[in-house]
Ligand binder design. Structure first.
Ligand SMILES: [Zn+2]
Ligand SMILES: [Zn+2]
Length: 127
C-alpha cells in the first residue's frame, strides 16, 4: 500500500510528488525488482549478492531520501536482501552530487532543497 504526497515550498517554486510505501501487488513488484537487481539497476554489489544468494528475500519500500551534502530530495526505493545469515542493504546515492542519501522517516520534516525551509506536505488521493 503506497501513499502519494505532493511537497511544495512556500518561498520558491519547488514542488515534487513522492510515493511512500509498497506496491499493492507485492508478488509482481518483487518479481520486477528481482529482474532489476539482476540487470544491475541497484549496482554491482546488489547484483553480485543476489547472484550468490538466489533465495534471498527482497524487502523494498518507496521512501523519500535526502542528501546530507547538497539537500537534494528524491523518491527512492529502500532495498534490502535477506538470506538466512547474510544481509545486503542498498545504499542510495545522490543523483546530483554522488553523496550517500538517508531515508526521511517523517514526511512533515522534509525541507526545501533550495531554501531549506520545511515543505508543505499534502497527501494525494490514489487513483
Ligand atoms: Zn524553496
Ligand atoms: Zn547531493
Amino acid at each position: 500500500m503506497a501513499k502519494v504526497y505532493t511537497l511544495t515550498c512556500k518561498k520558491c517554486t519547488f514542488k515534487g510528488t513522492y510515493r511512500i510505501g509498497t506496491d499493492d501487488n507485492r508478488a509482481a513488484w518483487t518479481e520486477s525488482l528481482s529482474a532489476r537487481i539482476e540487470a544491475g539497476e541497484f549496482g554491482v554489489e546488489a547484483q553480485q549478492f543476489y547472484a550468490a544468494h538466489t533465495s534471498a528475500e527482497i524487502q523494498a519500500v518507496w521512501a523519500v531520501f535526502r542528501c546530507s551534502n547538497c539537500g537534494n530530495i528524491e523518491e527512492r526505493i529502500r532495498l534490502s536482501l535477506f538470506d538466512t545469515t547474510y544481509e545486503f542493504v542498498y545504499r542510495n546515492i545522490c543523483g546530483k552530487c554522488g553523496e550517500r542519501m538517508a531515508q526521511v522517516t517523517d514526511i512533515a520534516g522534509v525541507h526545501c532543497p533550495i531554501c531549506k525551509v520545511p515543505l508543505d506536505a499534502v497527501e494525494e488521493a490514489l487513483l
